[in-house]
Design a protein around this ligand. Structure first.
Ligand code: DC
Length: 220
């Protein structure tokens, strides 16, 4: 198994910030698997795919051209050559991604793509099922969470920075809905791997979490 560090957890738990910082500190690639689910959601939307129809989902996945490029501190997401990095970041696309991520055909396809990227090694893989399903052999697994209130606060701020004005109550309700859907779905539900180190980041700044992870890596 090449060096893969997995970071799983619910939305808004600080995974993206921490994963990005960690990857940059270690000079590893950053694999943002949430962005992949979001991009598939956007693509299905563009095509008007009926998610209830396995045939249509198959067709959509067969024509999917998805690539991730390391960008300036972030990952650029290309869909058939078009840069959709910003378009996939809305709160609405988060909900669409959550819905599409419950489909087995989608998970099989994206798991395959994620393993191809992981096989190159030196990767920080961020998502919901990195430690449990996609890279169960990874030596270093972390599960990052924070209270729902704290996560909603961070999400509102993050969306505001992108120019999207949303109410705290609306985001809190979405977070609770997504947490429930992501953790109770039959396939690859959101849960810590048995050998993952669980970190509650409610009161720890991102750099503190990165320092803690670096200490754990050094001690392993
Ligand atoms: O991390 P994010 O908010 O960008 O993820 C968007 C959705 O994608 C999330 O609600 C659940 C899904 N997802 C998943 O099922 N498995 C992953 N490894 C990553 C994301």
């Amino acid at each position: 198994m090449q060096t893969v560090i997995t970071i799983d957890g619910p939305s808004g738990g600080g995974k993206s910030t921490v994963s990005r910082m960690l990857a940059s500190q270690l000079h590893y690639a950053y694999l943002d698997t949430g962005a992949m689910y979001r991009a598939v959601g956007l693509y299905a939307r563009k095509l008007g795919t009926d998610l209830e129809s396995p045939g249509q989902v198959e067709e959509m996945l067969d024509s999917l051209e998805l690539s991730l490029l390391p960008g300036d501190g972030d990952t650029r997401v290309l869909l058939g050559g078009e840069d959709v990095s910003e378009a996939i970041r809305t709160a609405e696309m988060g909900m669409v991604a959550s819905r599409i991520s419950a489909l087995e055909q989608v998970r099989v396809k994206l798991t395959e793509l994620q393993r191809e990227i992981g096989a190159k090694g030196c990767v920080v893989a961020e998502g919901r099922d990195m430690g449990t399903v996609v890279f169960p052999q990874a030596r270093h697994k972390f599960f990052l969470s924070a209270s729902a209130e704290e996560r909603a606060k961070r999400r509102v701020q993050q969306l505001a920075e992108q120019g999207e004005v949303v109410s705290f109550a609306e985001i809190m309700a979405q977070i609770e809905e997504r947490d429930l859907a992501d953790s109770t779905r039959a396939l690859a539900p959101l849960k810590p791997a048995e050998d993952a180190i669980i970190i509650d980041s409610s009161r720890i700044p991102a750099q503190g979490v990165v320092d803690f992870i670096m200490d754990q890596l050094a001690a392993a």
